[in-house]
Design a protein around this ligand. Structure first.
Ligand code: NIG
Ligand code: FE
Length: 412
């Protein structure tokens, strides 16, 4: 492959390589140089500098940014992008006033998505998921975590995880896989929680570990779903097989999941729409990253997670989409950045760091993604000519992206 250069970049953002996840005040520092060039060799960043020092290189492929801005590609550390069908009927129910919990109780929600996955072939599920992956890459996502959890039977959970494995093999995005068999209790186990948990521990997990199908374990810890004790039990079974916990907690209720997540040293505690004061403090003091999913709070018309309180108490926070058919049918990270700024009062720099380097830490792809430094994957976003970084969240819902490069290749 010829050397590649991007020239005349008005602002080159994210040129840092923190050794640990950014916390508190650190989140507002997004290093940048103006009037820059970027050098790419094969699939990696090779260097960068001021245009004044641009090295003329024979045979190199040069892309003129024409005053556009360059950012690291987004690191979306929480998605459910493998799903079989959309759920716009529930959207109508919601418009008419039903709550998320009421829809779930009606047999809608996660159980509805599980039926659709159970009835679909692996190839068709792969085809749909591949299309979604291409779509989010065009929105600028270069690394993504994808969960199972719409299978809820051994066969269908394995089908989802095999689809994720095929996505990993075929795609040049960095992909991490999470087992979320404990997303809901299937109908047949509604009154037999112990039976389903046993199935997860004794049937699903050993097969998943044998086929190396997952990097993490997740549980939907929530009233009406999995209790704190059940969550801990499932996580410990996963941890014994090398899967670290990344958990759905405090979405609808604060049932005491944060102390459990912190005790288990979970990589991340995700959602956090409902946080008592002491939960904020405990999470802020811990190593667990708080992953905020403002698209879900927006779509479900809920209160937003307390981003400012978390940042003020020195927490490490990441931003992700939660891309799924039930609570966030949108995989566009830039939309999440707008929501973070508009609804959670995050500064643009904080939101971009939370959506890039901290997202990378939240799925342990930080050695290859999340910032622009030599040796990392050349996965970057080139914007149109924009007046400032702040313009990106400000101009919500618009399309400021000019081109996206994933692992050294322009994809558009
Ligand atoms: O992260 N909260 C649990 N799981 C998903 C939504 C699942 C669904 O409604 O399909 C979420 O919001
Ligand atoms: Fe989720």
């Amino acid at each position: 492959m010829p050397s590649k250069f991007i020239t005349n970049i008005a602002y080159l953002y994210g040129i840092h390589s923190p050794q640990t996840v950014l916390r508190g005040k650190e989140l507002s520092v997004l290093p940048c140089i103006e009037n820059a060039y970027l050098h790419i060799e094969d699939d990696e960043i090779a260097g960068y500098g001021s245009m004044e020092d641009f090295p003329a290189r024979k045979g190199a492929e040069i892309t003129n940014a024409n005053g556009g801005t360059v950012l690291p590609a987004w690191c979306d550390s929480h998605t459910h992008l493998v799903f079989a069908g959309t759920r716009e009927n529930e959207f109508l129910d919601k418009i008419k006033g039903l709550t998320y919990a009421e829809i779930a109780a009606k047999g809608g929600g996660i159980l509805h998505s599980a039926k659709a996955v159970q009835d679909m072939s692996e190839d068709e599920l792969f085809r749909l998921s591949w299309e979604r992956l291409q779509d989010i890459a065009k929105f600028g996502t270069g690394a993504v975590e994808i969960k199972s959890g719409y299978g809820l039977s051994t066969e269908a959970e394995l089908k989802m995880l095999r689809v994720i494995k095929r996505l990993k093999e075929k795609s040049s995005l960095q992909i991490k896989s999470t087992f979320l068999g404990a997303h809901a209790f299937p109908e047949a186990f509604r009154d037999n929680h112990a039976g389903y948990i046993q199935k997860i521990k004794e049937e699903m997990l050993p097969m998943i570990a044998a086929e190396k199908l997952a990097d993490y374990i997740d549980v939907f810890c929530e009233k009406g779903f999995f209790s704190v004790e059940e969550t801990e039990e499932i996580c410990k079974a996963g941890m014994a097989l090398g899967l670290k916990p990344k958990l759905h907690v405090n979405q609808l209720n604060d049932i005491g999941a944060i102390p459990m997540a912190v005790k288990l040293n979970a990589i991340s505690a995700d959602h956090l729409e409902t946080m008592e004061e002491e939960s904020v403090t405990m999470l802020a003091k811990s190593n667990t990253i708080g992953t905020l999913l403002p698209g879900a709070a927006f779509f479900l018309n809920m209160q937003f997670p307390p981003a400012r309180a978390l940042i003020n108490q020195n927490a490490a926070i990441a931003l992700a989409t939660d891309y799924n058919p039930g609570s966030c049918p949108c995989g566009n990270m830039l939309m999440m950045i707008s929501l973070a700024c508009i609804k959670m009062k995050m500064l643009p720099e904080e939101a971009v760091n939370a959506a890039t380097i901290n997202g990378a830490f939240a799925m342990e792809t930080n050695s290859t993604t999340g910032s622009i430094i030599p040796g990392k994957k050349a996965s970057i976003i080139l914007t149109k000519k924009i007046p400032s970084l702040t313009y990106l969240p400000y101009a919500f819902g618009t399309h400021p992206i000019q081109r996206v490069m994933i692992s050294g290749e322009w994809i558009n």
